[in-house]
Design a binder for this molecule. Structure first.
Ligand SMILES: Cc1cc2nc3c(=O)[nH]c(=O)nc-3n(C[C@H](O)[C@H](O)[C@H](O)COP(=O)(O)O)c2cc1C
Length: 328
């Protein structure tokens, strides 16, 4: 069913990749997605190598299916990419796919991934960046449209971007941005993508552990309630992203510098959340949740309830397959 270059390369059944989503992309979510036949991803950025290993071992305890590891590399942190070498090596020993996002593609990181026998991918926002990812040695490229939730590299809509990227590179392309329904998944696959990358829909899964206030905001929002902005910039400026507009308005209206606190697993302590700080709003966050970033892509209107991740995979794949069969 729905066999593509992605499913063959990864060794999974369903051409869906769950996005890396900081603390929301935890081992439990990744395992549930992989167990359901798609590709689950664990976000491991910022962890020392030992913690990377522990996080990924947790997935292995829950499923023997392939899964991946995501490194978010903001422009401001990690000025020196050398400090990522050991964590990336640790991830590449365990994961089938190791991928990177926000920085421009870097061949030294891809070499480390390949050295340990894993596949490498980079999420990009333009044809030129897609080419740079291939030149750096990536086995897969993720093309991210401006509809996406979270931080955004894309400057144009996903279908227009796929048109540009698919005609310029030969490696399998994963489509990202606004895909929260089987209909959107079918559209991306019909356009030539080998898989879809789904973020927001999985942020609203049981396993992701989104804070109930953030989860409710996703359920109650439509595409037009999201906004493309650079304002959640405390500690990471000049990085466009998409959030639910009401959370941005609440953050701007918030009086004071500290909106709450969040639990840092790696350090086992609570730390302050600053106003307009880009963080993942999980249940391990407390304070004025309304004024923290409610990340969401334009597909948010399709989310009607919080579901187990396996049900989300089944719904998306089932509906996409039905739609694609109509044509053949
Ligand atoms: C809550 C949230 C957190 C995100 N964090 C990350 C991240 O840590 N690393 C990453 O590569 N992408 C991250 N992204 C972007 C996704 O990789 C992906 O491009 C996006 O979710 C696709 O659009 P969609 O949300 O409309 O499905 C995040 C997206 C969301 C919604």
């Amino acid at each position: 069913m729905l066999e593509t270059r992605f499913t063959k390369l990864i060794g999974c059944k369903i051409p869906i990749q769950q996005a890396g989503m900081a603390a929301l992309a935890n081992p439990e979510l990744a395992a549930a997605v992989s167990k359901a036949g798609a590709l689950g991803m664990v976000s491991v950025a910022g962890f020392p190598p030992e913690t990377v290993t522990l996080e990924l071992e947790q997935v292995k305890k829950l499923t023997s299916n392939p899964f991946g590891a995501n490194f978010l590399i903001p422009g401001e942190a990690h000025e020196d990419l050398d400090e990522l070498h050991e964590p990336v090596k640790a991830a590449s020993k365990q994961a089938r796919l190791v991928e990177f996002f926000y920085r421009e593609p870097d061949a030294s990181l891809i070499e480390i991934v390949h050295g340990e026998g894993a596949l490498a991918a980079w999420q990009v926002g333009s044809k030129e960046e897609a080419q740079a990812a291939v030149d750096s040695g990536c086995d897969l490229v993720i093309a991210q449209g401006i509809e996406a939730g979270g931080h955004i590299r894309g400057k144009i809509g996903l279908i227009a971007l796929l048109d540009r990227v698919l005609s310029s590179i030969d490696v399998p392309v994963i489509a990202a941005g606004g895909i929260s329904s089987g209909r959107a998944m079918a559209a991306a696959l019909a356009a030539g993508a080998s898989a879809v990358r789904v973020g927001t829909r999985f942020a609203a899964s049981e396993e992701a552990g989104a804070h109930p206030i953030y989860a409710k905001a996703m359920i109650n929002s439509e595409a037009q309630d999201t906004v493309f902005t650079e304002e959640f910039s405390t500690g990471w400026p000049n990085a466009p992203h998409r959030v639910i507009r009401a959370s941005l308005e609440a953050a701007k209206a918030f009086q004071g510098d500290e909106v709450g606190q969040r639990y840092m697993k790696a350090e086992d302590k609570w730390v302050p959340v600053r106003r307009l700080q880009p963080i993942a709003v999980t249940k391990q966050v407390k304070g004025s949740i309304e004024a923290m970033p409610h990340w969401a892509g334009e597909g948010v209107g399709s989310i009607k309830s919080i579901l187990p991740a396996a049900e989300i995979v089944d719904q998306l794949a089932g509906e996409a397959e039905k739609l694609l069969k109509r044509w053949t």
